[in-house]
Design a binder for this molecule. Structure first.
Ligand code: EPZ
Length: 440
């Protein structure tokens, strides 16, 4: 079954104004945090994306009342009647989302048990959950692997612990925060992720009554409290979606104003965008991204955890780099298999070679193993339309950008995947004067 088919007439600049709302990688976590409160929570700037639907469904399954005003972007959550849910229902509801794993801490606090189905998520690497399970065991949970998934219990409740993260994992940091805030005593998390979305989750939990501090050496300290209440919070804007549209403006010689974008979350992206030859104006209510004319310049980029160049920013940028003069190098150090999308770009005329070596930067976890995690892009190469299939969320958006930049017609299959993280992307393309038709 074709999971959404788009026909794109490329070769036209994207020009116009769009709005980006709350971050896909914060909003679902803040929704889960509401489970920890004894009173209702309100979340603002919530986008209409599939991940929000999935988490709303999972929360409702557990007895939380969820009310979403799409137009206003306001989500109201009342967790006063939390109850267990059947494993099969959780599995059916979770879909391809990885979010169920973050329900563990809150459900163990509320009900003494939790269930994780086998997780989905984009196929950009193995996506293990070993850090998560070790962390939950550290808090005193009993982890029981069963055929349909993993069942966790906490007969003696949850107590604070000391965690040394082998890698600054975003999910593992969120797992720790969502469990430690109501655990008995103190928790210390060393080597934590400190992405803007993590700091926004800290703000949410602090509003609920949590006691959390984040040291400059990435150590997070949490003092467990007896009760948390509901929050009222406005989610930070989606810096990944913003960077995706910025890269689209560059690749199509366009001019796009992203209403709602924050400069402070995007410092590293803006530096790279400028060095490649893009231009941007930061305004009160957003950021204007545009191609100022002249040649784009090749560059060496290494992805890293915050405040480095984010792994989710590299796929859209690679499309713009196919139009830059000379050889660009991208060294992906966060996920082992995140250049799958370059196959379609080669089919459209790009010259991209992927390598197992750590190119352009320092040695990373993937250097001495069989992972093609470095790419060299030679440009500029004119792109021509082709039939392409979307591989994952961010790679899929990059395929869309490539089709918009390419001369001629492209048919992009599997675009429904893009709904997971890009709110109203069809109407945004229309607002930017793109010539696209939904065929299925
Ligand atoms: C979050 O994924 C984001 N997803 C990702 O965005 C983002 O790319 C990533 O953080 C890094 O910033 C959401 O927030 C929903 P990680 P997460 O745990 O938490 C390894 C998008 O398109 N690891 O920081 O799953 C893992 O294999 C998505 O919006 C373990 O080894 O990322 C990876 O190499 C894509 N064991 C590295 O850590 C574990 O138990 C980073 O993963 C957990 C992670």
């Amino acid at each position: 079954m074709v999971d959404g088919l788009l026909q794109v007439e490329g070769g036209r600049p994207l020009n116009g104004e769009i709005t980006v709302r709350g971050a896909k990688n914060l909003v679902p976590k803040a929704m889960v945090a509401a489970l920890l409160g004894t009173t209702p929570s309100v979340l603002h700037n919530v986008p209409l994306i599939r991940d929000v639907d999935v988490v709303s469904g999972l929360l409702s399954l557990h007895g939380v009342s969820v009310d979403y005003d799409q137009a206003e972007g306001v989500l109201r959550l009342d967790p006063s009647k939390v109850e267990s849910a059947h494993m099969a229902d959780i599995d059916a509801h979770a879909g391809s989302s990885r979010i169920p794993i973050l329900f563990c801490g809150p459900l163990l606090h509320r009900l003494g048990e939790a269930f994780i189905p086998d997780l989905g998520g984009c196929r950009i690497g193995d996506r293990p959950i070993d850090f998560h399970l070790d962390i939950l065991r550290g808090f005193g949970a009993i982890v029981d692997k069963q055929p349909q998934g993993i069942r966790l219990t906490a007969p003696d409740g949850l107590h604070g612990t000391v965690i040394d993260l082998p890698y600054p994992s975003v999910g593992a940091t969120e797992q720790t925060l969502l469990t430690a805030v109501r655990a008995e005593g103190l928790t210390e998390l060393r080597g934590a992720a400190v992405e803007p979305e993590i700091m926004d989750l800290v703000d949410v939990l602090q509003k609920m009554g949590a006691v959390i501090s984040v040291d400059t050496d990435r150590t997070i300290h949490v003092e467990g409290v007896d009760e948390l209440v509901g929050y009222n919070h406005r989610a930070l804007p989606d810096r990944i979606e913003t960077a995706s549209w910025a890269s689209a403006a560059l690749a199509t010689h366009g001019d796009v104003f992203v209403h709602g974008a924050h400069q402070s979350d995007m410092t590293t992206f803006l530096n790279i965008f400028r060095k490649v030859g893009g231009a941007f104006d930061v305004r009160e209510d957003g950021i204007r991204f545009y191609h100022p004319g002249g040649d784009l310049k090749s560059i060496v980029v290494e992805t890293n955890v915050h405040p480095g160049f984010m792994t989710d920013w590299q796929q859209p940028l690679v499309v713009a780099l196919t139009q830059a003069e000379g050889l660009s190098i991208v060294h992906e150090t966060v996920y082992e298999n995140r250049f799958g999308f370059t196959g379609a770009l080669r089919k459209m005329g790009a010259t991209i070679q992927v390598y197992r070596e750590c190119l352009g930067g320092t040695a990373c976890r993937f250097g001495q193993r069989n992972f093609y995690h470095s790419a060299v892009i030679s440009g500029p190469t004119p792109l021509h339309g082709a039939d392409i299939v979307v591989p994952d969320l961010r790679g899929g958006f990059s395929h869309l950008i490539a089709a918009l930049a390419a001369e001629g017609t492209s048919r992009v299959e599997g675009v429904n995947l893009i709904d997971r993280g890009y709110e109203h992307f069809m109407s945004k393309l229309a607002a930017l004067d793109a010539n696209v038709t939904r065929l299925a």
